[in-house]
Design a protein around this ligand. Structure first.
Ligand code: 2BA
Length: 109
């Protein structure tokens, strides 16, 4: 068995969870936020048999899309009389950041 940990954008999470469910694949959505942008995203925990890993990854691939986000740099400490204009920086995010890890044991108690 494998645990798929997929960090996805909030906009894609609902559709991805529904598409996994349509294939009979259970998942858990956890609210999270990225360390770089400090913006909200979603982390999906998906436990699957080894034979279903590719199917689950295909669903994630098909439902998670790349988007542009904008990061506005924090202005440095300005000296009196200095002027700092903060321009947003464009960052490409997604589709999804996916980890597949082996599960030692799985129980429902
Ligand atoms: P964030 O950490 O908010 O990163 C958002 C996007 O900013 C990243 O998109 C990447 O394009 C860019 N970025 C991240 N760190 C950067 C840096 N040090 N310098 C320049 N640009 C940087 P993605 O790579 O698609 O990542 C989307 C989200 O997936 C991340 O949000 C984070 O929540 C998660 N993630 C990505 N790589 C990860 C990793 N190795 N471990 C754990 N989570 C990860």
């Amino acid at each position: 068995m494998k645990l798929i940990i997929a960090v996805v954008q909030g906009e894609d999470a609902q559709r991805t969870v529904a598409a996994l469910s349509d294939k009979g694949i259970s998942s858990t959505r956890v609210s999270s936020s990225g360390g770089f942008l400090q913006q909200g995203n979603a982390t999906l925990l998906v436990g699957v048999d080894d034979a279903q890993v590719q199917e689950a990854l295909s669903v994630i691939h098909d439902n998670c899309h790349e988007r542009s986000r904008y990061l506005t740099p924090v202005p440095p400490m300005a000296e009196p009389g200095e002027f700092f204009m903060a321009f947003p920086v464009e960052v490409q995010v997604g589709g999804a950041t996916v980890f597949v890890v082996s599960v030692d044991s799985f129980e429902k108690i």
